[in-house]
Design a protein around this ligand. Structure first.
Ligand code: F0G
Length: 450
């Protein structure tokens, strides 16, 4: 079979349709809100052509491997290297890429000892060009925004989406409009959006309020929304799972654990797993589990109290600002992938998040607070017997340590919690030490820690 569905390298025919996740209606075009014209549910991208000519798993795997040696721009991207399972861009020269993806898989030996799960790994999406997993989705959605002729792209964000969108808009010659909750996103993320030249509005509301306003805006102005409601974003984010399985030589781990906020990423990873299984790229499905902060636990409550049948919104509060979301847009997609992969959802406290973040930091890797919910959640899943000690587990670390220095410094200085918690965390805290600039003072400090 032809791995790339084209006769001329770089030119591909349209290979996808939109499908409503509620009523399954198919369409060739999507409105600005990416919702079904019939029932109002969210749309996803589907590939009817796979039924007509099923891609061959062996050919796909070897094509993806050989592209690693290529210098063709789309092959240098860890997202577009997997373009056979992505919506086809008519002219691949139009792809907006920052060489996203290609992120490392690390072993976590110390965290493995702490959790009692020896085969523990981190897929570090914080090693993407703008420091978060958002880049994998943004390269695809920004490319489609530009090929559709949009001059303006926009997003609501807890910080990482805005940083990523601003970067890809700038690279693609588009204007970016960012809506963020005032005072509720980290300075690092805000500074990225400013530096990449986006028009950045700090709204006096929370993330959910920003997203609502964006929905109204795109109905009235020629602005293309790049939130994860946009199904092109999720197609790009699928490649995290493709790359991960390739790193495992296509032998699936038992568990993949991911943080949950607006629930786009869990939906994307789940969609990728289901598609890989359907296409015969993997022989069994890993269980995909989603972890939320206790103060922003809409999915956990919806599953526990309503059997995943309706969304229970919450008024979100957590220091892990990236996932400070009370009304997750992709909750139905996430419930579907939890059920289909037989995964779990769990919630963790602020102290558990801070501890887990320091433990990941102590591995020499580090991540932002929202990513650390995965390790904190794993401890609970092990305790409840859902994860067995002989199983292999991958934590998806979604953001870079440098994304939220205020959190990290506050933790190490002991400014975050009360005395009791600080004492319990003392072995993990490394406060900076202010000294006179004398050799004696430094040597005494060295001896104190010896
Ligand atoms: N981890 C990080 C570091 C994030 O930035 C986000 C979401 C998540 C996890 C949750 O992913 O929303 O797909 O469930 N950040 C979004 C933003 C909302 O605007 O940057 P999700």
């Amino acid at each position: 079979m032809a791995v790339v569905s084209s006769s001329v390298e770089g030119v591909r025919q349209k290979n996808f349709r939109f499908r409503c996740i509620g009523c399954s209606s198919l369409s060739d075009a999507a409105g600005q809100d990416f919702r079904c014209g019939k029932c109002g549910d969210l749309l996803e991208i589907t590939y009817p052509c796979w039924k007509e000519s099923r891609p061959d798993p062996g050919s796909l795997k070897s094509a993806w491997k050989s592209r690693k040696l290529s210098s063709y721009p789309a092959d240098l991207s860890g997202v577009w290297r997997f373009r056979d399972l992505l919506p086809a861009v008519e002219d691949e020269a139009q792809v907006i890429t920052l060489r996203e993806g290609n992120t490392p898989l690390y072993e976590l030996p110390q965290c493995a000892r702490i959790t009692g799960v020896p085969r523990l790994f981190a897929k570090h999406q914080g090693m993407n060009p703008t420091g978060s997993f958002k880049d994998a989705g943004m390269t695809v959605a920004a490319t489609f925004a530009r090929t559709a002729g949009f001059r303006w792209v926009a997003c609501a964000s807890t910080g990482n989406t805005s940083a990523s969108m601003a970067a890809y808009a700038a690279r693609g010659g588009m204007r970016g409009l960012v809506l963020v909750p005032e005072g509720k996103i980290s300075w690092s993320k805000l500074s990225q959006a400013l530096d990449y030249g986006a028009v950045t509005c700090q709204l006096r509301t929370d993330f959910d309020g920003c997203l609502r306003l964006l929905q109204d805006l795109v109905r009235q102005a020629p602005v293309y929304q790049l939130n994860s409601i946009n199904p092109f974003r999720l197609e790009g984010q699928k490649t995290l799972a493709l790359e991960l399985l390739e790193q495992f030589d296509w032998a699936p781990p038992d568990h993949i654990i991911v943080p949950g906020g607006n629930l786009g990423n869990s939906s994307a990873i789940g969609k990728a797993l289901l598609e890989m299984h359907e296409l015969g790229l993997i022989s069994r499905l890993p269980k995909l589990s989603v972890i939320q902060a206790e103060g922003a636990n809409a999915l956990v409550r919806s599953v526990r109290e309503a059997g995943g049948k309706r969304l229970i919104s919450v008024a979100p509060e957590t220091r892990a600002t990236a996932i400070r979301i009370g009304n997750p847009a992709s909750w139905k997609k996430a419930v579907h992938v939890l059920e289909a992969t037989r995964g779990a959802c769990e919630q963790v406290s602020e102290v558990e998040i801070a501890r887990a973040k320091a433990e990941i930091g102590a591995e020499g890797i580090g991540c932002e607070p929202a990513s650390a919910v995965t390790l904190a959640g794993l401890k609970k899943l092990v305790k409840h017997g859902f994860v067995k000690p002989d199983e292999s587990v991958v934590l998806v670390l979604t953001g870079n340590l440098l994304k939220d220095p205020d959190f990290t410094i506050g933790f190490h200085r002991g400014e975050m919690f009360g005395e009791e918690e600080n004492t319990a965390l003392v072995a993990l805290r490394h406060a900076p030490i202010v000294l006179d600039a004398s050799l004696d003072a430094v040597i005494q400090t060295l001896e104190r820690f010896n």
